[in-house]
Design a binder for this molecule. Structure first.
Ligand SMILES: [Zn+2]
Ligand SMILES: [Zn+2]
Length: 262
C-alpha cells in the first residue's frame, strides 16, 4: 500500500507555490501527501491560508503573526485573528514564537507578540505552532506556565539539540522535522529525529523553503516531505511505512483533524 503523509507546515500562499498550485497539489498527492497544513505569518497570509483551506478539503490552515513581523497586537488585530480562527478549517494558531537568529524585530517586541498569541491560543482552545530560532531558553521559560492550557504544541522546524528536545517533550509538545535533516551537517537534528519518541514526531517541508536533498537550493514543495520521512526511516532503522503511519497519526492528533477522507 502507498504511504500516506501529512506535510504539517507549508506556505502555499507564497508565490513560488501559489503560481502553479494545481500542479503542486497534484505532485503532493502522487507522493502520498494526503493532507497539508498551510501556515499564516501575518493577517494577510492567514486570510489566504483560510481561503485555501476552505477551497480544498485536504488543506488545513493556521492563523498567526510570525516573529519577523512581531509588534504589540492591538485589539483590532486580535479580533481579526479571533474571527479567522473561528473558521472550521483552522487547526492552530501559528506560526508564533521567537527568532533571535534573524532578529528582524526587537526582542522585547517579539516576546510581547508571542505572549499575546500564546494567551489567545489558550483562550481559543487551539493548538499552537511555534517558530523558535536561537531562542530556546526564552521560549521554554515563557511557554512553560501555559503548556498545560494549550490544546497541543508543535515546535516546527525543530532546531534545538537533544537537551532542548527533552524539555519540550516534557512539556508535551510535538517536534516537527524539516528537510534539512537530510543535509550531511545536520547532526544535532538527526540525533533528535532518531531519539524522539515515535508518538511525538511530525514531518514538514516549510515549503517553499528548506528543500531536502536532492532538491537542496531549489524551491521546496509538499511532495518533498517524502524525502524527509525516508531519511528519518533510515536514521531510525525502520521502514518508511512505520514513519508514515506514526507521523500521520500524530499530525491528525496534534491538529485535531478527523480522518474522514481517504
Ligand atoms: Zn518558521
Ligand atoms: Zn513557516
Amino acid at each position: 500500500m502507498a504511504v500516506k503523509l501529512v506535510d504539517t507546515h507549508a506556505h502555499l500562499d507564497f508565490p513560488e507555490l501559489a503560481q502553479d498550485l494545481p500542479s503542486v497539489l497534484e505532485r503532493a498527492s502522487r507522493a502520498g501527501v494526503y493532507r497539508i497544513v498551510t501556515i499564516g505569518i501575518d493577517l494577510e497570509s492567514s486570510r489566504k491560508a483560510v481561503e485555501l483551506a476552505e477551497a480544498h478539503e485536504h488543506i488545513h490552515a493556521t492563523v498567526g503573526i510570525h516573529p519577523h513581523g512581531a509588534r504589540r497586537l492591538d485589539e483590532g488585530t486580535l479580533d481579526s485573528m479571533r474571527r479567522l480562527a473561528a473558521c472550521q478549517k483552522v487547526v492552530a494558531l501559528g506560526e508564533i514564537g521567537l527568532d533571535y537568529y534573524r532578529d528582524r524585530q526587537p526582542r522585547p517586541a517579539q516576546r510581547e507578540c508571542f505572549q499575546q498569541q500564546v494567551e489567545l491560543a489558550c483562550e481559543l482552545g487551539l493548538t499552537a505552532v511555534f517558530h523558535v530560532r536561537d531562542a530556546h531558553e526564552d521560549f521554554l521559560r515563557m511557554i512553560a506556565p501555559h503548556a498545560g492550557n494549550l490544546r497541543r504544541g508543535v515546535l516546527h522546524c525543530f532546531s534545538g539539540d537533544w537537551a532542548v528536545a527533552e524539555v519540550a517533550l516534557g512539556l508535551g509538545f510535538y517536534l516537527s522535522i524539516p528537510g534539512t535533516v537530510t543535509y550531511p551537517k545536520a547532526e544535532a537534528q538527526q540525533e533528535v529525529a532518531r531519539r524522539c519518541p515515535m508518538d511525538r514526531l511530525l514531518v514538514e517541508t516549510d515549503a517553499p523553503f528548506l528543500a531536502p536533498v536532492p532538491f537542496r537550493g531549489k524551491d521546496n514543495e509538499p511532495a518533498h516531505v517524502l524525502y524527509t520521512a525516508q531519511k528519518i526511516a533510515q536514521l531510525r532503522r525502520c521502514s518508511l511505512d512505520e514513519v508514515a503511519r506514526h507521523t500521520t497519526r500524530n499530525a491528525l492528533d496534534a491538529f485535531g483533524i478527523s480522518d474522514t477522507i481517504p
